[in-house]
Design a protein around this ligand. Structure first.
Ligand SMILES: [Zn+2]
Length: 99
């Protein structure tokens, strides 16, 4: 079992990229957490913007990827438990790097 604690990683998620509103724990929902990969859904109280954040922990430390999302909370049930595949995360990481 990993000792990784998704709650402690949330300190790297500080504010909304759209309006700089500082997130409260109530605005952060844990979607999935397995194998050191944590997927979070963040919902900004101020601008109602939402985003997905994927946090990976590994030998190189913590890597986080955030995406502006147009998901609404109703969609969360659809992606829960099926969202993150490790290869997808790597592909996404490459994609973001090359941008
Ligand atoms: Zn915002």
């Amino acid at each position: 079992m990993s000792k990784f604690n998704p709650i402690s990683s949330m300190q790297i998620v500080t504010k909304c990229p759209l309006c700089d509103f500082k997130y409260d724990k109530n605005n952060i929902e844990l979607i999935d957490s397995k194998d050191g990969i944590v997927t979070l859904y963040l919902n900004c109280q101020k601008c109602k913007g939402s985003m997905m954040m994927v946090i990976m922990t590994g030998a190189m430390g913590i890597t986080s990827i955030s995406m502006i999302s147009d998901l609404v909370e109703d969609d969360l049930d659809k992606i829960k438990g099926s969202y993150v595949e490790y290869d997808d995360v790597l592909e996404m990481h490459k994609f973001l790097k090359n941008k």
